[in-house]
Design a protein around this ligand. Structure first.
Ligand code: FE2
Length: 202
């Protein structure tokens, strides 16, 4: 990724190496992360973010699932549904990701780490790991959550078929206010129509 800010560049290249490593175990997660970056950046442009927040958004979006590197293969690559114990292990990826990002000790890593920790919080407080609600969830985490949900449904995985754009929007709309921030969903509605990350399935 091209970027003039040397602080951002250092953080990005450090973590990129890890994401390549994760890609050898789970290529789908890596490709998904690249699309989540694109979508999150498009949403972020319309959110009055500071430069620091925008950088943290891009870093955290690119590496939101980097903690999956710490999830054992029999869970990470399991084709079927998780049982409760497996699900608990899988959920730890957001905290592992936070630790990995913090470990770089680079400028900006603390903010990005916090965004990664909270990318599975829900607007109504029913997410994980901390059950944060509303604006207590970092705005960049709320943005990534929408981009992540959209893209996860737009592609075929072992456990589900790709959905059409209309189907995905209907599901996101149903979850609006529960899983997602209504103000950000409003912005998302506008940008997704012309986005290159719009679901290819019609
Ligand atoms: Fe995740």
């Amino acid at each position: 990724m091209e970027h003039e800010d040397p602080v951002f560049h250092a953080l990005y290249t450090y973590t990129k190496a890890l994401s390549v490593a994760l890609g050898y175990r789970d290529l789908l997660t890596r490709l998904h992360s690249e699309r989540v970056l694109g979508l999150s950046a498009e949403i972020g442009k319309h959110c009055d973010l500071t430069i620091k927040q925008l950088n943290a958004l891009k870093i955290a979006a690119s590496f939101h699932d980097i903690g999956k590197i710490g999830i054992p293969d029999h869970i990470l690559l399991k084709p079927g549904k998780f049982d409760d114990a497996e699900w608990e292990v899988m959920k730890s990826h957001s905290e592992i990701g936070e630790k990995i990002m913090t470990a770089t000790e680079l400028e900006g890593s603390q903010l990005a780490a916090r965004v990664i920790r909270h990318h599975h919080e829900h607007y109504d407080g029913q997410g994980y790991p901390d059950k944060l609600a509303g604006e207590a969830i970092p705005i960049c985490s709320r943005i990534i959550s929408i981009a992540d949900s959209y893209d996860a449904m737009a592609v075929t995985r072992s456990y589900h078929q790709a959905r059409t754009h209309g189907e995905i929007m209907a599901i996101l709309e149903k979850e609006n206010g529960e899983k997602h921030d209504p103000k950000l969903m409003h912005i998302f509605h506008d940008i997704i129509e012309t986005s290159k990350f719009k679901s290819a399935k019609v």
